[in-house]
Design a protein around this ligand. Sequence first.
Ligand SMILES: *[C@@H]1O[C@H](CO)[C@@H](O)[C@H](O)[C@H]1NC(C)=O
Ligand SMILES: *[C@@H]1O[C@H](CO)[C@@H](O)[C@H](O)[C@H]1NC(C)=O
Length: 200
Amino acid sequence: MKKISLGLLCELLQHALARMMDLNGVEPFINPVDRKEFPDYDKYVVHPMDLNLIKQNITKGLYGSTEAFLADVQWILHNSMSLNIGSGQVDVRFFGAHDRAWVPAKDCFLYSEKDPNNFRTKRQDLLDSIQEAEDHIRNISKKFGKFVHPPFKTQFEPSKLNEQIKLMVRKFNNRHINRQADPGNTVLSYKLSTPRPLIV
Ligand SMILES: *[C@@H]1O[C@H](CO)[C@@H](O)[C@H](O)[C@H]1NC(C)=O
Ligand SMILES: *[C@@H]1O[C@H](CO)[C@@H](O)[C@H](O)[C@H]1NC(C)=O
């Protein structure tokens, strides 16, 4: 890409932001989430972000690249998807069918060696999704080092996301979340009673 000055970049980002501010349904993302209304918010969201904060960052010239800008925008998306505020639900994506659903956090477990589901016969779609999960684990190992299976039925706790990822991937640190296009893509867990492993 052609290099442009910081001043011009800021101007372009202001335009991009103005268009985002104009979108339907943007209201909840303009200002910080009201902690009086959602007292548990900080328990689940490690990196709060809103459009006005991004605007201030642009004005201060904090974004030296479009990637830096996008990373903050991604946090808004991630925060809004990762928790259905107040209900203790997490937005999960499944291996295999690649659908997604709101699942109570208490039904999610870290990806142990033993499958917590108790099915007599293994269905093909389950076997396929387990295969895909294993591939994903191999990919994670290549990138971050050894993957350690956590103890059987370790409850997933959204407020301890970083610690729990580290339990499985020792070399993981927050910087990795920041740089990933899809920040939530790293935790592996099983959902009880659903014949598919899932990613949180
Ligand atoms: C934008 O500002 C917020 C709050 O000060 C900060 O957390 C975030 O890292 C800033 N973004 C950049 C790229 O500096
Ligand atoms: C693993 O990595 C390969 C190569 O980058 C990619 O094609 C594949 O989709 C990845 N598989 C999973 C399940 O993440």
